[in-house]
Design a protein. Structure first.
Length: 132
């Protein structure tokens, strides 16, 4: 009886845990989830490992050329706030071509980010590819 109560408590706890919802329903790695949770990636990685580990797809390329979901989200948030391209490039330590590529791919990345945020935070109305 005690074991069944403990497992019920764990189920109820996980239903309200954005990290667990991401683990269960999103192909995102722990670094992506950590960015949107405002947590250290190692903490999210620890949870993933405790839940049995997770194979995730990595975007191919060097760190300087790969557009991750978290970087795309940050660019779109700053774009929406009117931050100039020069400032974006400097803050992200990326060239202008990278920033332009991210902007061109917004229609590809934005729905994926919003969908993921809706899964992680169902109580919030997500209409933008970032948390406000």
């Amino acid at each position: 009886y005690r074991d069944s109560l403990q497992s019920l408590d764990e189920v109820l706890l996980h239903q309200h845990d954005p990290v667990y919802r991401a683990y269960q329903h999103l192909p995102w790695n722990s670094e992506e989830v950590a960015y949107f949770m405002k947590m250290h990636p190692a903490n999210v990685h620890q949870h993933y490992q405790a839940w049995g580990g997770k194979k995730t797809e990595r975007r191919r390329g060097s760190a300087a050329t790969v557009l991750t979901l978290r970087t795309a989200s940050r660019i779109y948030q700053w774009d929406d706030a009117g931050v100039p391209e020069k400032t974006l490039a400097r803050r992200l330590k990326r060239d202008y071509a990278f920033i332009r590529q991210a902007r061109e791919r917004r229609t590809e990345y934005e729905p994926e980010i919003i969908r993921g945020l809706q899964i992680m935070f169902p109580q919030e109305k997500m209409r933008k590819p970032y948390r406000e």
